[in-house]
Ligand binder design. Structure first.
Ligand SMILES: Nc1ncnc2c1ncn2[C@@H]1O[C@H](COP(=O)(O)OP(=O)(O)OP(=O)(O)O)[C@@H](O)[C@H]1O
Length: 240
């Protein structure tokens, strides 16, 4: 079983405060993993460490077997959509795709075009004039066209309505089925995760409370939903 993301006692601190501490986990290839936890739990910190934007202060992180910090050969195989899908708002989707294809040798322009056609998003309109949900879709198309082996999404659906959210997550699952990409996505919207994710990582107060395959975890804990499972583990942490 190939492990795409692996951490061992990984830690990151800001000043004297640990944003992530003693984090050990392994994410197998081909999974769609949910990263959940309350505000400030360390989710963005973990994603930023995985995409090489931050350097660990303790432990190790390996992405595709290598340390991602300052490692362009790993990072060329990782797609990242940051929180609030920041895009150059004056650019059209077409212009963003052109930029993507200049920056990434493996960029699949046809895939990006096909994605936006399927969901009827215009490629010639500045993305600043699209809706939040449409912008999230453009950001996903851009990240997917890179054909990454690991796709990291930081709260990709937080600001979009339930219908657009469902479309976004369905699109994500379709792409995963087509390409076999491994996905790690953070979200606060637990109900969505039930349909989308088959792997779960629960963070709370900078520590991992739970991680593993959803089937195994639900089997072990005899809980009915992912939501129950997450809330139960967060409550445990709070009373510890
Ligand atoms: N640049 C920074 N400087 C100082 N502290 C930071 C910085 N970024 C994050 N932190 C702190 O690190 C901790 C983890 O933050 P992080 O952004 O990883 O949480 P999160 O789980 O993504 O939260 P949210 O759900 O609110 O996005 C928090 O206590 C936060 O205040």
């Amino acid at each position: 079983m190939e492990i795409v993301l692996e951490t061992e006692q990984l830690g990151k601190r800001y000043g004297r405060t640990w944003a992530l501490r003693d984090c050990s986990l392994r994410l197998p290839a081909g999974r769609v993993a949910a990263l959940v936890g309350p505000n400030g739990a360390g989710k963005s910190t973990l994603l930023h460490l995985a995409v090489g934007l931050l350097r660990p202060d303790a432990g190790v992180i390996r992405v595709l077997g290598q340390a991602p910090y300052d490692n362009t050969s790993v990072l060329s195989q990782v797609g990242f959509v940051a929180q609030d899908t920041p895009l150059y708002r004056d650019f059209t989707a077409d212009e963003l795709f052109t930029m993507g294809s200049r920056l990434n040798r493996r960029f699949d322009l046809a895939l990006a075009h096909r994605r936006l056609e399927q969901i009827a998003i215009p490629r010639d309109k500045p993305v600043g004039r699209l809706s939040g949900g449409q912008r999230a879709q453009v950001a996903l198309a851009l990240a997917m066209a890179k054909r990454p082996r690991l796709l990291l999404l930081d709260e990709p659906v937080a600001s979009i309505d339930p219908l657009a959210r469902r479309e976004f997550l369905d699109a994500l699952m379709g792409i995963v089925a087509e390409t076999g990409t491994t996905v790690l996505l953070s979200s606060h919207i637990l109900a969505d995760l039930e349909r989308t994710c088959d792997y779960l990582i629960v963070l709370d107060a900078s520590e991992v409370r739970l991680s593993g395959s959803v089937d195994t975890l639900i089997g072990e804990h005899r809980h009915v939903t992912v939501e129950d499972l997450v809330l139960r583990h967060l409550a445990k942490g709070a009373s510890a």
